[in-house]
Design a protein around this ligand. Structure first.
Ligand SMILES: [Zn+2]
Length: 111
């Protein structure tokens, strides 16, 4: 239940995601979700040096949404990575095949 009226910073925390003030037990401090290249770098660095200041308060529903976003981002990253690898193999292969067809044409026209 978000806090109604004036929040008290000693017993309430503002959720970083939805911006609502919540009771302390309704959420926890955790790392921001890695949903972009910048946040991946930023959060990974902060985790590496144990920089607690970058941990933000998120209410329970927002933590679930963060987890979903992170999973979606990871899926997109993996699929685009696969696409790049496939293109990296397919394009030279197409060029190779095309180059051979071209060579063949050249040799035929030579006769
Ligand atoms: Zn929230």
């Amino acid at each position: 239940m978000p806090v109604e009226g004036l929040p008290d910073p000693t017993i309430h925390r503002k959720c970083k995601r939805c911006g609502l003030w919540c009771h302390l037990h309704e959420g926890t401090r955790c790392w921001p979700p890695k949903t972009g290249l910048l946040t991946v770098v930023h959060v990974s660095l902060a985790q590496g040096v144990d920089n607690d200041q970058d941990m933000k308060f998120y209410c329970a529903p927002c933590q679930e949404r963060n987890a979903l976003d992170e999973r979606r981002f990871r899926k997109v990253t993996v699929s685009s990575g696969i696409t790049i690898i496939v293109l990296g193999i397919a394009l030279p292969l197409a060029w190779w095949v095309g180059a051979f067809a071209w060579l063949e044409r050249m040799m035929r026209s030579g006769y």
